[in-house]
Ligand binder design. Structure first.
Ligand code: CTP
Length: 387
């Protein structure tokens, strides 16, 4: 982890700078704040100084030594301007450097990110659109503003993106370990419909899968997450929803990936026939269930050279033996086996288990938050696949 320069400009959303700063710190990054004078009207430099444990720079000739606008970016990994006003974006696009932050930008040779925040009219004005286009053409990443309530009470486009999303986008772009890798993750329960509204499912929420997708993205991978329509989670990565095991299989088979993490809790049985509309509660209903195809077996049988396929198995006993059996039966490269029951596994925030490789090596992962379990699984695989 390194240092990020957070540039805050004079928008009502400037107070969210504190939250952005915290999000970076939570992930182990140091933050150096530089603000425009206008931004100090919305949030006090003292607040940001206290939170960041770094002095906050506002004025070009008073707060810093003469060349600091040039040296500041050298010791940082990236510059993020959030929130960025229409005025500051215009300044960036025209190369003006009449205050400390705009001088830092002009002298900065590191990746630059801009998260605009303004009224919808200002955002959609041809001048702002042209300025943002100019920044994009220079390789600057624009973290798109969202729709929502704006300070002027208009509802519209222009609201600063969520702080955790901003930080996630910056760090994913800086991630290096999995750069160039396409990672596909499936997560959450399948739903096998009985009629138009009822289905057979299970209590999985998809947390471990979402954690894997987000960690892989933070490590620089190009990630696609196939997430169950039943999952209440709103992941930070590119997500497509699926419903049944059949639909999931089709989606995986039509996706291009280097690594596949199959954390989806695929139902083992599906009704042989699906009734149209909503069945009436009239007398007995007999359902005939048939086993779903083994998706992983099918996927692994079409494996291309260089692909890595990882299965997940929640077990209640004989964990390692059953894990090894499944790894062989499904022709996997790895399987992560974890105990379920007694509050463990499904829907919880923590996980523990064993990662087994195709060569039969076993790596124990102790009880930890699902994000850490995800990181550890990825790191073990990365290390082994590079050997
Ligand atoms: N899986 C799959 N297709 C299925 C069932 C499961 O691809 N029809 C995948 C899961 O996504 C998981 C792995 O296989 O990655 C192990 O899932 P699990 O339910 O433990 O395996 P099953 O083959 O269903 O075995 P069991 O009889 O123990 O349920």
């Amino acid at each position: 982890m390194g240092k990020i320069i957070l540039g805050i400009t004079g928008s009502i959303a400037a107070y969210k700078g504190a939250e952005i700063l915290r999000e970076f710190q939570k992930r182990g990054w140091e933050v150096q704040v530089a603000m425009t004078e206008a931004a100090t009207k919305f949030i006090s430099p003292l607040t940001l100084q206290t939170l960041s444990s770094n002095r906050v720079i506002v004025k070009q000739f008073e707060d810093v030594q003469s060349l600091e606008h040039i040296t500041l970016c050298k010791e940082a990994e990236a510059l993020l301007i959030a929130p960025a006003t229409a005025d500051f974006i215009a300044k960036m696009a025209s190369g003006l450097a009449d205050d400390f932050l705009s001088s830092v930008f002009l002298a900065c040779q590191k990746p630059v990110f801009v998260a605009p925040a303004m009224n919808q009219g200002m955002l959609l004005h041809p001048a702002t659109r042209r300025n943002l286009e100019t920044l994009r053409s220079w390789g600057i990443r624009i973290i798109e503003p969202e729709k929502g309530y704006l300070a002027c009470e208009d509802e519209g486009l222009g609201r600063l993106a969520e702080p955790r999303k901003i930080v996630f986008e910056v760090l994913s772009a800086l991630g290096k370990e999995l750069k160039g890798k396409k990672v596909l993750v499936t997560a959450g329960p399948t739903r096998e419909y009985i009629d138009g509204v009822r289905f057979i499912s299970n209590p999985s929420t998809g947390k471990q899968g979402v954690a894997l997708a987000e960690q892989a993205s933070l490590m620089g991978a190009e990630v696609v997450l196939l997430l169950s329509e039943a999952s209440p989670l709103q992941p930070l990565v590119k997500t497509q929803r699926f419903s049944s095991s059949e639909e999931l299989l089709k989606k995986v088979l039509s996706s291009d990936f280097h690594w596949l993490f199959m954390t989806a809790a695929v139902g083992d049985f599906a009704p042989r026939e699906k009734f149209k509309g909503k069945l009436k509660r009239e007398g007995e209903l007999v359902l005939r269930l048939e086993p779903t195809p083994d998706l992983l077996k099918e996927i692994a049988s079409r494996k291309k050279p260089g692909q890595v396929i990882v299965g997940f198995a929640a077990e209640t006993g004989n964990f390692l033996e059953r894990g090894k059996e499944k790894l062989l039966k499904k022709s996997l490269d790895y399987i992560f086996v974890n105990p379920v029951g007694n509050g463990k596994g499904f829907a919880s925030d923590e996980n523990q288990g064993w990662l087994i490789s195709r060569e039969g090596e076993v790596f124990e992962i102790p009880l930890s938050p699902k994000e850490e379990v995800a990181r550890e699984i990825i790191e073990i695989i990365l290390k082994r696949e590079e050997e």
